[in-house]
Design a protein around this ligand. Structure first.
Ligand SMILES: CSCCC(=O)/C(O)=C/O
Ligand SMILES: [Fe+2]
Length: 184
């Protein structure tokens, strides 16, 4: 089950949990309000037969799907890629990841620019909105398998911080401030 918490200010090994002392967990509804990050729980063994993923794809127009495995053995330019993933950045489109094996951390900035760490495990589908500053790291298990979904032809370009003048960033900030990211 996904868990999210505010990170400490310690810059030691990125693969550690980095809880505050005492830990400050963030419930999923709060995560949505504070960041716009959406979450779905899926059942990995029946992913391709139960229709749940198909419905999400249809409802949200996700027409592209592929798979990314992050491990020393299977990811070309492993060290370099992990550095890129862990450099704070944003994208012009949603970043949608469904974890099918392994685990890792997506770190996302909240509306007060504080890091929230989201620990993802199999069955977790995260949607990071366009324009959110974020980063990704493996945890101490050093392995994750994820499906990447996209609307149309994928654009994976990462725009490193600062990218505050980008249209997608300005739109994201406006949405966050106007309370667009809430459940009804
Ligand atoms: C588990 S997916 C790897 C991380 C990634 O694809 C990305 O774009 C991070 O921002
Ligand atoms: Fe990203």
């Amino acid at each position: 089950m996904v868990q999210a918490w505010y990170m400490d200010d310690d810059h030691s090994d990125q693969r550690n949990e980095h809880h505050k002392n005492p830990p400050h967990f963030v419930p999923l509804e709060e995560l949505l309000k504070l960041t716009g990050v959406e979450y779905f729980k899926l059942n990995v063994p029946t992913l391709d037969t139960d229709g749940v993923l198909d419905k999400i794809k249809k409802d949200r127009g996700y027409t592209y799907e592929d798979e990314l495995v992050c491990s020393k053995e299977s990811l070309p330019n492993y060290e370099e890629k992990l550095k890129i993933f862990y450099t704070e950045h944003l994208h012009t489109d949603e970043e949608i990841r469904l974890i099918t094996e392994g685990s890792g951390y997506f770190d996302v900035r909240d509306k007060n620019d504080q890091w929230i760490r989201v620990h993802v495990v199999p069955g977790d589908l995260l949607v990071l909105p366009s324009g959110i500053y974020h980063r990704f790291t493996l945890d101490n298990n050093n392995f994750i398998r994820a499906r990447r979904l996209f609307v149309g032809e994928p654009i994976w370009t990462a725009h490193n911080r600062p990218s505050d003048d980008m249209e997608c960033r300005q739109k994201y900030v406006k949405n966050l401030e106007s309370g667009k990211f809430v459940t009804v």
